[in-house]
Design a protein around this ligand. Sequence first.
Ligand SMILES: CC(=O)[C@@H](O)[C@H](O)COP(=O)(O)O
Ligand SMILES: NCC(=O)COP(=O)(O)O
Length: 242
Amino acid sequence: MTALSVNINKIALIRNSRGRNYPDVNYFAERFLQLGASGITLHPRPDQRHARYQDVVELKALCDRYQQPLNVEGYPTPDFLAVVKQNRPAQCTLVPDDPQQVTSDHGWDLRQHAEFLQQICQELTPLGIEVSLFVDYDNADIALAKEIGAARVELYTEPYAEAFGTADEEAVWQQFARAAQLAQQAGLGVNAGHDLNLQNLPRFVQIPNILEVSIGHALIVECLEQGIEATMQAYRQILQSK
Ligand SMILES: CC(=O)[C@@H](O)[C@H](O)COP(=O)(O)O
Ligand SMILES: NCC(=O)COP(=O)(O)O
C-alpha cells in the first residue's frame, strides 16, 4: 500500500501569521493520524516561515506515539542537519532548495552533488534515518542515488500535476513510471510528491510500488472545501488498493 504522509506546512503557515499557537500544528497532525494518515511530513525552511525547528521536536514525539513515520524535508544546512540528527525522524528527504525559494521546484543534480550528498547519507543513515533524495523524473542519473547511499528517492511530481488533464498527461505519466522503474531496479524505494491532489493521485499511483506520497498544499485546501474527515476518507479510498 502507498503510504500517505500529510505535509503540515500550511497549518504552520496560518499559525505563524499571528503570534499565538493557533491553529496548533500538533493538534492537526494528530487529527490526520487518527483519520488514517500513515505519516507526517514537514519542510522547515531556513526562514522558518511555516514549519519551525521546534515543530520537528514535537511532531517526532507525536509520530512515535502513533508509531508512524515522521518525514523531515529540506535543504541540508548545518542548522537543518543538527535538528534532524537530534530528533532522528524515520526519514529525511534532502531537497536542493535555495533559501529564498517560494516552494520546491526541482530535484538534485545527483552527479554534481554526489560527494556532498554521500557525506550526509553517511552521517544520517547510522542514526536510523532513511535518506530520500528529491529528484526530477527526467534525471538520467536516478540510479546514482543508490551509490550515493540514499534509501529512497522522491519524484518531484509538479510536472505530472501540470500535465494532468492535458494532451501531455499520458506521455508524462509514462516518463514518471519509467523513472520509478529505474530507481526500483537500482534498489531504491520510490516516494513522490508536490502538487498531488484528489484528482491527479488515482492515475499517478497506477505506477507500481510507490511507497509514499507526501501531500500538503492541495490536501489542506480540500479539507477547507470538503472537511477533514471526508478529505481523508477520499485519500484512504484512493490508496487502500495500492
Ligand atoms: C519537497 C516538496 O515538494 C515539498 O516539501 C514542498 O516543497 C512543500 O514546501 P512548501 O510548503 O514550502 O511549498
Ligand atoms: N514532498 C512533497 C510534500 O511534502 C507536499 O507537497 P505539496 O502537496 O505541498 O505540493
